[in-house]
Design a protein around this ligand. Structure first.
Ligand SMILES: [Ca+2]
Ligand SMILES: [Ca+2]
Ligand SMILES: [Ca+2]
Length: 189
């Protein structure tokens, strides 16, 4: 259970395999290099980039604008204060790849969920926000255009490849009652 603590201040990049990594102050990149275990990454203050691996990781951005990538596994992602970005770019699996967003802040000045176009097919063009027609709240989709379905009572977030065709795959959970809107999602390559 090795721990790595950045020797303070800016620009640390850690590609080690320590299970616990702390960026502390400054803009840090915590990107474990081995893929043999879960990681617990703490960005601290500064604009940090945190990269999990294939197992179930816990990522804490801390203060400022952080970029969190859980990768595969059921990860727990906490952006902390500041405008944070949560990236979803690995193959969906309702059992083994559902990330928990512990403190998502919706709306202008809030956090953003990035969706890879290659995984979330039909969700929209690269470098655009999700269209309102592709976002729906409820327990099942009622439009063929719906791609992102959100049950705010439960905090369950689904991808539906065919809208009201019935297929939906859980890919994230939020605290029940958390508000989300189409503008909270941004499409990436
Ligand atoms: Ca931070
Ligand atoms: Ca994940
Ligand atoms: Ca992971």
């Amino acid at each position: 259970m090795a721990t790595w603590v950045a020797p303070n201040n800016n620009g640390w990049i850690n590609y080690g395999s320590q299970q616990y990594q702390y960026g502390l102050n400054g803009d840090d990149v915590l990107a474990p290099e081995s893929n043999s275990q879960s990681y617990i990454l703490y960005g601290g203050s500064g604009d940090d980039e945190l990269y999990g691996q294939s197992y179930d990781d816990d990522l804490y951005g801390g203060n400022n604008a952080d970029y969190l990538v859980g990768d595969k596994g059921n990860d727990a992602l906490y952006g902390g204060l500041g405008q944070d970005t949560f990236v979803f770019d690995t193959k969906l699996n309702k059992n083994t790849n559902v990330d928990y967003l512990g403190d998502f802040q919706s709306g202008s000045g809030g956090d953003v969920i990035e969706l890879s176009k290659s995984i979330f097919k039909g969700a929209g063009g690269k470098n655009t926000f999700l269209k309102s027609s592709a976002f729906e709240e409820g327990s099942s989709a009622t439009s063929s255009k719906t791609r992102i379905l959100y049950n705010d009572n439960k905090g369950n977030l689904y991808f539906t490849k065919d809208g009201d065709g019935g297929n939906k795959v859980l890919f994230a959970t939020l605290n029940p009652g958390t508000q989300l809107d189409n503008d909270d999602f941004y499409i990436i390559s």
